[in-house]
Design a protein around this ligand. Structure first.
Ligand code: IMP
Length: 182
């Protein structure tokens, strides 16, 4: 793990190591596997940020009959939410009568999650569950609570393991938090 990561003039320090992340991915995967027993799952990865978490989580869940689909939403500019959620790419798989598990990188205000669930329910899934790598409960503007959370974190801006700053640093294996001003 790097000591500091600098991007766009901001400095980030270590927050969650890859090993710690993978332990929680395994825990969430076993919870989902248990809850989906006998179901007909479609895993919906929310692009762009969730692609790394989704890849690890879906392989760990290990349900060969589960299908994988993608949607794309955006609400952030730089390090803060615009409060305006846009769908950039719609559903790529039929979810009629299916058990949907949405896989998201982070729930901040909850606005994206609420809009997404609303959009997906129009396609008549049998059930909808929501898994997120990170949740910032203190930032909630919706009261939305995910079904599966790997980490509840403070309301600070973080990067790595799929999470970006202006499209950069998604490649980092570990997660970093923005450095506090002294
Ligand atoms: P929400 O709609 O406010 O819950 O925001 C969800 C989206 O905001 C996530 O899918 C991310 O794209 C982005 N986001 C929220 N917090 C962070 C962060 O700390 N780092 C990077 N992206 C974030």
């Amino acid at each position: 793990m790097e000591n500091k990561v600098r991007v766009n003039g901001l400095t980030f320090v270590p927050y969650l190591t890859h090993d710690v992340i993978m332990k929680e991915v395994e825990r969430v995967a076993s919870e989902i596997r248990e809850d989906l027993k006998g179901g007909d799952p479609v895993f919906i990865c929310v692009l762009n940020g969730a692609f790394i978490f989704a890849a690890d989580l879906i392989r760990e869940i290990g349900m060969n009959e589960g299908k994988i689909a993608f949607v794309r939403y955006a609400s952030y500019e730089g390090t803060s939410s615009t409060g305006h959620v846009r769908q950039l790419t719609g559903l790529t798989e039929d979810i009629d009568g299916k058990d949907v598990v949405i896989i998201e990188d982070i729930v901040d205000t909850g606005l994206t999650a609420v809009k997404m669930i609303d959009d997906l329910k129009k396609h008549n899934p049998r059930s909808v569950r929501f898994a997120t790598l990170l949740h910032k409960p203190a930032s909630s503007r919706t009261g939305f609570t995910p079904d599966y959370v790997a980490f509840n974190i403070e309301p600070k801006f973080i990067i790595g393991y799929g999470l970006d700053l202006d499209g950069k640093v998604r490649n980092l294996k570990d997660i970093y938090v923005i450095e506090e001003e002294e």
